[in-house]
Design a protein around this ligand. Structure first.
Ligand code: GLA
Length: 373
């Protein structure tokens, strides 16, 4: 089974848009290994839009732009595979991709065969320029089946931006992850609007098909295609922690060839990745009773009888709040033994309340076990 836990990798779009080349992809694969990202769990190296020529070949197939990819896609796939990584590409359910390149409507099987021939392991499938008579579920079923008929195991990453109540039907198409939101931009407002719009949709994610709340902007620092003001390092840590707790796929969007050490440490945070990759993949429960404005307070069951209790503060001022353990269902006679996943500090066993002192744009995540009194 693919996507037992949220897929992890890198995607070209956030920083590079149409500037995708063989050299960029090979250097990025090298950087995945040398920076320790691969060891931390990242495996897919994905080219987004703008990789092909503007017209199909005489045989109807999509053709890689020979100026951008002089040795062709199979060569690149082989290189990426030689590093122990996996290779991802992009197409779209309409007649043209979002950037205007040919895409897969009515060419689903031929394109799936082409991708399989390249050695592709992951396909992101967008939603632009869709004919009005074709509905989304049908188009995603079609490409999913075409990929299955291609004879190669390919992770199917749907991208319809949360339209048409996608969460209610996408799992049934065979997709392994699906964009449940519009595009992210590199600032705190965009990141937090996206995440907060998804809190009540978290229960739709699970093993085999995860809600993708878009690629990470951590470490972009206002450079590249989705630059929009940037964030500071603490805010990028908040963004990464939130994506981990919400079990989104972790697709890095910055230029990892030149990322700084702080970004590397954020993206490789073992404790946060362990949360994201928890084998039970249960959704976080938003503690709705008395949910304070501008905060996301939640509780999550983990494998091995462990739990998370967390608070995220989206506001520009600090907040001191608390969670009543009655509201997460703590049975009488039990306490939670918690430790802070960022600092490692142990807390006294909590029976009634856990306090959260949350800085502006700050968060706190406790991991814990139940103890009986
Ligand atoms: C859409 C998607 C983005 C990216 C671009 C490419 O906007 O949501 O993630 O793939 O298309 O054109």
């Amino acid at each position: 089974m693919l996507a037992k836990t949220p897929p992890m990798g890198w995607n070209s779009w956030n920083t590079f848009a149409e500037d995708v080349t063989e050299a960029l992809l090979m250097e990025t694969a090298d950087a995945m290994v040398s920076t320790g990202l691969q060891a931390a769990g990242y495996e897919y190296v994905v080219i987004d839009d703008c990789w092909s020529l503007r017209t199909r070949g005489a045989d109807g197939r999509l053709v890689a732009d020979p100026e951008k990819f002089p040795h062709g896609m199979k060569y690149l796939a082989d290189y990426i595979h030689s590093k122990g990584l996996k290779f991802g590409m992009y197409s779209c359910a309409g007649t043209r991709t979002c950037a205007g390149y040919p895409s897969s409507f009515e060419y689903e099987l031929l394109d799936a065969q082409t991708f399989a021939g390249f050695g592709v392991d992951f396909l992101k499938y967008d939603f632009c320029n869709k004919p009005t008579h074709a509905d989304g579920p049908l188009l995603y079923h079609r490409m999913s089946m075409a990929l299955k008929a291609s004879g190669r195991e390919i992770l199917f990453s749907a991208c319809n931006w949360g339209c048409d109540q996608v969460e209610t039907w996408i799992r049934s198409t065979g997709a392994h992850m699906y964009r449940s939101t519009g595009d992210i931009f590199d600032n705190f407002q965009s990141m937090s609007d996206i995440a907060r719009s998804q809190i009540m949709k978290l229960p739709y994610a699970g093993p085999g098909c995860f809600n993708d709340i878009d690629m990470l902007v951590c470490g972009m620092h206002d450079k590249g295609n989705v630059a929009a003001g940037g964030m500071n390092d603490a805010e990028y840590r908040f963004h990464f922690a939130l994506w981990c707790v919400m079990q989104s796929p972790l697709m890095i969007g910055c230029d990892i060839r030149s990322m700084d050490e702080v970004t590397r440490a954020t993206l490789c945070n073992k404790e946060l990745i362990r949360i994201n990759q928890d084998a039970e993949a249960r959704p976080a429960y938003s503690i709705s009773r008395k949910q304070p404005e501008g905060l996301f307070l939640g509780f999550k069951h983990l494998e091995n009888n462990e739990f998370l209790l967390f608070g995220f503060n989206f506001k520009e001022k600090p907040d001191l709040t608390f969670v009543e353990l009655f509201d997460v269902g703590l049975p009488k006679g039990c306490a939670l033994q918690l430790h802070d996943v960022i600092t490692g500090e142990e807390e006294a066993a909590a029976v009634d309340y856990v306090h959260f002192l949350l800085p502006a744009h700050g968060f706190k995540i406790y991991r814990g076990t139940l103890v009986t009194l």
